[in-house]
Design a protein around this ligand. Structure first.
Ligand code: SF4
Ligand code: SF4
Length: 88
């Protein structure tokens, strides 16, 4: 089991109103290379949903329940250590 699988939440993306799976949309989520994070807080500043924050002043952590997969954190990270991965 990888990090993305552990952080999976039932976001309902890809479901009809009656709960049927459409199976066509997949939401990308950011994955942070924690060991390379310099805790600069840029990702936290640019996130429109408050879905990523620097924990204990050490590294950034994503809240998948809030994240909408816009990719802003990934684009703005000065260390280029946030990659967007599709949740499967
Ligand atoms: S922008 Fe990048 S280096 Fe800065 S806190 Fe976020 S993940 Fe870490
Ligand atoms: S992908 Fe967008 S919503 Fe998700 S943590 Fe990054 S900036 Fe926030």
């Amino acid at each position: 089991m990888n990090v993305l699988q552990r952080s999976c939440v039932p976001c309902s993306v890809g479901q009809t109103r009656r709960g049927r799976l459409m199976g066509t949309r997949k939401r990308p989520l950011p994955v942070v290379e924690r060991g390379s994070c310099v805790a600069c807080g840029t990702c936290q500043s640019v996130c429109p949903r408050g879905a990523i924050s620097v924990r204990r002043g050490l590294y950034a952590v994503v809240d998948p329940a809030r994240c909408v997969g816009c990719g802003m954190c990934s684009r703005e990270c000065p260390a280029e250590i946030i990659r967007m991965e599709v949740c499967t």
